[in-house]
Design a protein. Sequence first.
Length: 64
Amino acid sequence: MMAKARKGRRKVKKVMGEYKRGSLRSSSGRKVRKRKQAVAIALSEARKSGARIPRKGRRRSRAR
């Protein structure tokens, strides 16, 4: 189980390093300029590689 966590951490670190150097590209081929977009790409790639990263929780609306 720890291997999956380590795998995800390494993938996120790699992608965020690319973002800082300015070499991270989106699927359309354009440079990624926003930090939030870089984080989303990093987490997506980590999930694809088999890391256990939970999905973002959805907000529940309360009935009044």
